[in-house]
Design a protein. Sequence first.
Length: 332
Amino acid sequence: MDVVSLTRRLVDIESISGNERAVGEFLLEHLSSLGYSATRMEVAPERFNVYATVPGRKPGVVFSTHMDTVPPFIPSSEDSEHIHGRGACDAKGIIAAQIAAAERLRQEGIVAPALLFVVGEERDSQGAATANQHAPGSRFLINGEPTENRIAIASKGTLRVELVARGKMAHSAYPELGESAIDKLLDALHDLRRMELPTNPEVGPSTLNIGIIEGGQAPNVVPDFARAHLLYRLVGPSDDPKRRIVETVGNRAEVNFVLEIPFMRLRTVGDIPTMVAAFTTDIPGLSNWGEPVLLGPGSIHVAHTESERVEKRQLHEAVELYCAVARKLLRG
């Protein structure tokens, strides 16, 4: 199987979160043509996961990653060393490497692999939540994300927070007659940025990103509304950080916890080099699919950027690694 060619074909199918149908249809047809029993797992109207098995065999190991990408769509290109384009490393190159590995294992006849490709990982992990209701009872899940072909010993958790501040409109010439929601929000954000976050000596620090700030009507109007969206990357339980966020904000804004994905410790396999994933994956949402391993080609540092790319060498190495990890897991 030409893993480079397959990666480019996948990258050239636009599949921004919510619009995964075309790439799902392609994978259904491609996997069926290879002899797999490939089915769609309905998630929402026009959205489905793809699940493929070796006919008549119960899977011992499932390879999984996501079909969706972040915007904007960037078509594929390549040079002597890299494939470029949206999804090249996150995660269409991974899809190609996993299919190639599954094919090799299937032909050996020792391992019966399965493949699970889900929607919505970049937004809300809705595909993983649906898949978890239809787990086949597999022993191991090899999940793919850009780890530069190193096995992750942990992945940070995610806590997405919405702050909503409210005030009273007034003419900006007479601010004493109003109450600025933006001032309240900025004060709360200032204190949150100074709030000490948990640190894990093996994994590193928790982090905060203030991703969106919005509010107000016009420069000459005291604003009666303001909102911010925050994302915390956590290295431990979320209960204490959530409590402290609420206490720090106080009555200056309403605190809504929009999304929470827990911090995960993960297993290693053999002597494969390791890393810590500072990002979040679908693994917490796929708890019924077997003991997880996190591994994939490409660097997270170029994912979500205009220069997203993956090394061809790493794609080929990933095929070998996926096969080796599956064999070692099933040998115990």
